[in-house]
Write a protein that binds this ligand. Structure first.
Ligand code: HEM
Length: 378
């Protein structure tokens, strides 16, 4: 007989609910060396915060095998001063204004997907809605022609699975798109990134490429999981579901609660530059550290009734988007997509419910929290 408190990273039941184990680790071994993963696991809110903010000690430049070197110079894998110069220029182009301006188009795309769903009584939410929405939105931002979009899901899945062919294909595709935009600029992010580069700023052609690929990989699965995890959490909490149904103005705070309660990214990677101390543990220099966001977000020292799902929780200072200098650049975009997408979904399908006869299948990795499919009745 297995216990909820055991670490069973390949067991679907554990992946669906790692929270009892995380709670045990916060109490018994808040900074823990896992010999199998050769990494230090950090579980408490205050320690996770420290790991994310003290970049001089906990570097984002994590050693990678030579065949993966291509992607080591993108934002999340750099430290200052490189990180700061990249982020400053990218922020000039990926602005809140640009994101807000997308709202009408996101609404349109949402309704196109929902109209297709209306032809069915039962669909997989992920296939029909949560997966295509962020992919199409990012493709639009990047100015990718409509006909090329079918390959994206495949590539972004491949990159997450470290499939080198998929990485290569995507890089080749963006190299060509970059060339086209260099000679024929449009009203898209790639053209703007190139212009910033041509005006003597710091982005090289390779950095533009890396950033495009980063947007596709960083933004798709995470936002998909946020949308799906919302319907999943509401299904598991019928009272909160009803409360939201009665008052959809609670949706933005409900989305924040889903980010906390079922954080799409469970842990991050850091690398110690110098010896340091967490609690009573001494971590030598040159060690891999995993700050556990999903654990910090359930820390009872930070959140009252941390294991309860409360759609109007306030305050709610979760770390689902990270913290410090690497705080998610796409947070406003994913919040906007989730808000528009979920509002329309709940309004258009007042009887939407999860098909309880189908068992839930988690994405088979501990790094993300989400489902492979979610069958819903409309
Ligand atoms: C629910 C959706 C999302 C979640 C949970 C999420 C989570 C995160 C987290 C935890 C980080 C910090 C990484 C670190 O400190 O090592 C991060 C960084 C980042 N995210 Fe997101 N993200 C989401 C959506 C997006 C979207 C839609 C985009 C863009 C289209 C995006 C782009 C980025 C970028 C560029 C960074 C790197 C920032 C930096 O290193 O300065 N993310 N994200």
């Amino acid at each position: 007989m297995t216990s909820d408190l055991e670490f069973r990273p390949t067991d679907p039941q554990f992946l669906l609910n790692p929270y009892p184990w995380l709670a045990k680790m916060r109490t018994e071994a808040p900074a823990f060396y896992d010999a199998e993963q050769k990494a230090w696991l950090v579980f408490r809110y205050s320690d996770v915060k420290r790991v994310l903010s003290e970049w001089k000690t906990f570097s984002s430049v994590v050693p990678k095998p030579p065949e993966q070197k291509d992607f080591t110079q993108t934002l999340p894998f750099t430290d200052p001063p490189k990180h700061q110069s990249l982020r400053t220029i990218v922020q000039k182009v990926f602005t809140p204004h640009r994101i807000e301006a997308l709202a009408p188009r996101i609404t349109e795309l949402t309704h196109e997907l929902l109209d297709q769903m209306k032809q069915h009584e039962q669909v997989d939410l992920i296939q029909a809605f949560s997966s295509p929405l962020p992919i199409i939105v990012i493709a639009e931002i990047l100015g990718v022609p409509f006909d090329d979009r079918k390959d994206f899901k495949h590539w972004s899945d491949g990159i997450l699975a470290n499939d080198l062919t998929a990485i290569q294909n995507m890089a080749d595709y963006f190299r060509q798109l970059l060339k086209k935009r260099q000679s024929h600029p449009g009203q898209d992010l790639i053209s703007d990134l190139i212009a910033a580069y041509e005006e003597g700023e710091k982005l090289t052609g390779q950095e533009v490429l890396d950033f495009c690929i980063l947007l596709l990989t960083a933004g798709n699965e995470t936002t998909t999981n946020l949308i799906t995890n919302t319907i999943w959490s509401l299904h598991e909490h019928p009272d909160e579901n009803q409360r939201l149904r009665n008052d959809l103005s609670l949706l933005p705070s409900a989305i924040e609660e889903v980010l906390r309660y079922y954080s799409p990214i469970t842990f991050l990677n850091r690398f110690t530059k110098v010896e340091t101390q967490i609690g009573d543990q001494t971590i030598p220099a040159g060690q891999i550290v995993y700050p556990w966001l999903a654990s910090a977000n359930r820390d009872e020292h930070k959140f009252e009734n941390a294991d309860r799902f409360i759609i109007d929780r306030d305050p709610n200072e979760h770390f689902a988007f990270g913290n410090g200098i690497h705080f998610c650049l796409g947070a406003p975009l994913s919040r906007l997509e989730a808000k528009i997408g979920l509002k329309a979904l709940l309004e258009e399908f007042p009887n939407l419910r999860v098909d309880s006869t189908e068992s839930l299948k988690p994405i088979p990795t501990l790094r993300v929290h989400g489902l492979e499919s979610l069958s819903i009745l409309l």
